[in-house]
Structure formats: C-alpha cells, structure tokens
Design a protein around this ligand. Sequence first.
Ligand SMILES: [Zn+2]
Length: 131
Amino acid sequence: MHRGERPMTLTYKGESVTFNMPGWYCDECDEGIHTGKDMKISDRMLNRLKARKEGLLEAKEIRRIRKKLGLSQEIAGRLIGGGRRAFQKYESEDLLPSRAVISTLILLDRDPAGLKELKKRQQSANTEEAA
Ligand SMILES: [Zn+2]
C-alpha cells in the first residue's frame, strides 16, 4: 500500500461532489484505508454538500458574517449559540450549525444593530450569575 490521493464521490439527496481523498491505497485494486485525519476531509466535504443542499450557510459565509459583526469565534458562540468552540467548528466545516444559529446569522447580517440586544441580555445574565 502507498500513501496517496484518489478521487472520491459523495452523494447527498441527489447532489454529488468529487474530491481528492487522501489515504493508503492498494497498488493493484481500488482498496484504500483511511485514517481518522483522512476521514475529516470526507466529513467536511459531506457537511459542505449538506449545507448547500439544505440551504444552510456555508462555512465561508458564517465566517464573513461573524467578522462583519466584529465578534471573535468564542464570543460569537456565546452570544449567538453553540458554545465557546462552536464557531471554530462551523468555520472549518467540522460541524453544521443548527437552523436556529443560521437564522440568527442571516438576520444579523441584514441588521447588525440586533447584536446590541443580544449583548444586553448576555450582560444582564452574567450580572445575575455574579450576584
Ligand atoms: Zn488490492
């Protein structure tokens, strides 16, 4: 077996994507073995395909909106949802955001002033926690 890349096609609800899949491949047949790191590549491609097919935001759109709002990944996860590490995962296609997170991002993209409301609520929640 040799380390290499071969084309792999994934299909989700009738839509397909083909990409170069890294792995250990047999020299004589189509057999291949994939490490956990290799599988991350195909998991991400599948997430991208699902996002596209389900009309969710793609990772680069999520990143664009977060930056437009001037939020770090950590703060975005706290204010908008998903938790501290969520946006890092959304933006690297390791995790698909919930539709609620997507909807909030779409609305904030259109009207960034809405962010003030979320911050206010977060602040009063923190104050109560501290009291
Ligand atoms: Zn073989």
